[in-house]
Design a protein around this ligand. Structure first.
Ligand code: C2G
Length: 131
């Protein structure tokens, strides 16, 4: 029996890497089910991020993971409360680069920020590829 029934997390998951996987694995160790909201290409532009990999591919890669129960689309900053209610989540998790930013969700479910995996990021991977 895990501490939570159903967790949700949000992200771009561009150029999927070990930091993304470690986060999702840690969420899966805490909750029976894991819902992942993948940022749409359009929403990424609002986040001032240009994706290398299109939404459909980023979604299929995450959906294929054994530790992921379901993937939904993230279109805007405002959908988290509705998502948590619609998906019956009792846990919201993000990496700690977001620490404190989503504490308003504590009114709806547990909110956890987990340490990021050091030494890897999509930005660094893009730099390496340019070198
Ligand atoms: N992450 C991590 N370790 C890394 C890189 C990323 O734990 N080395 C985590 C981030 O903290 C985040 C998740 O992996 O929780 C996805 O990271 P991104 O794809 O960069 O997501 P982001 O652009 O932060 O989108 O509404 C919330 C946003 O959609 C979050």
């Amino acid at each position: 029996m895990k501490a939570y029934k159903r967790a949700i997390t949000y992200g771009t998951f561009d150029l999927f890497h070990i930091g993304h996987l470690r986060l999702l694995e840690r969420i899966a160790s805490l909750a029976e089910e894991v819902v992942v909201a993948i940022s749409s290409d359009e929403f990424n532009l609002l986040k001032n991020k240009v994706c290398s990999i299109p939404f459909e591919d980023r979604k299929d890669i995450v959906a294929a993971l054994r530790v992921v129960t379901k993937v939904i689309k993230e279109d805007n900053w405002e959908q988290k409360i509705i998502d948590i209610q619609n998906e019956n989540c009792d846990l919201f998790v993000m990496g700690d680069d977001w620490k404190g930013k989503f504490d308003f969700l504590k009114a709806y479910c547990e909110v956890l920020y987990l340490p990021r995996t050091e030494g890897v990021s999509t930005t660094e991977i893009k730099e390496w590829l340019k070198a």
